[in-house]
Ligand binder design. Sequence first.
Ligand SMILES: Cc1cc2nc3c(=O)[nH]c(=O)nc-3n(C[C@H](O)[C@H](O)[C@H](O)COP(=O)(O)O)c2cc1C
Length: 232
Amino acid sequence: MNLFDAIEKRRSVRKYLNEPVARAVIDKAIEAALLAPNSSNLQPWEFYWVTHPEKKKQLVAACLDQATAATAAELVVFVARTDTWRRNRQRILETLGQRGTVPKQQRDYYLKIVPLFYTPGWFSSLGLLKSAVFAVVGLFRPVPRGPFSKSGLRATLSKTVALACENFMLAITAQGYSTCPMEGFDESRVKKILGLGGAANVVMVISVGREDAAGIYGTRLRLDPKLFVFEV
Ligand SMILES: Cc1cc2nc3c(=O)[nH]c(=O)nc-3n(C[C@H](O)[C@H](O)[C@H](O)COP(=O)(O)O)c2cc1C
């Protein structure tokens, strides 16, 4: 299946057949997820493939008992982390160092620029200050307008994790299985099941399985592209 076939074929499936999905299928899709483009290459994601029967049962309940979760062979939780950037930055610099000399510009980027946007401070207090400074400088030249707050950072990281989700879903589709992304879940409960703290944000839970024909709700519906596509 080529990429365009997979994009066409992917549908959100709300009911699966009672059939297992081989471990290799999920492994391959997770590999694809890890190749997604991501903000500053800081890879702020975590993927929790929930295979423990009791945890899986709890996760289905936390997904509001949606049929797509209840009938899924597998469930994977996609998480964005606001706290792993220091560790990952360190490992990136070490890896680059092993490959050769790290250009000063790249080192400065990770050591000076990245912290500007990844440290909003208590109640986004530092962020408020930075946002005021950038607003003033921005009167005279183009400047980044964030993320400065905790919620802004969460939005930034969610973009990255959503791209990983799409890679994952297309990779599952390309292997002949189906998925459904879910944001209909109780985040507090999902985090409790996974033992996650405040620095983790659950972006999506994705169900995986062999599609039941009754699991596709109607012909695909997209509105007129003229509503969304502009050439300016
Ligand atoms: C971020 C996100 C969250 C979603 N949450 C749910 C969900 O909780 N339950 C569900 O059945 N579908 C969910 N969907 C699937 C959408 O309803 C679906 O993608 C949309 O109706 C278009 O249909 P298609 O995916 O078959 O093209 C979600 C999709 C996205 C992107």
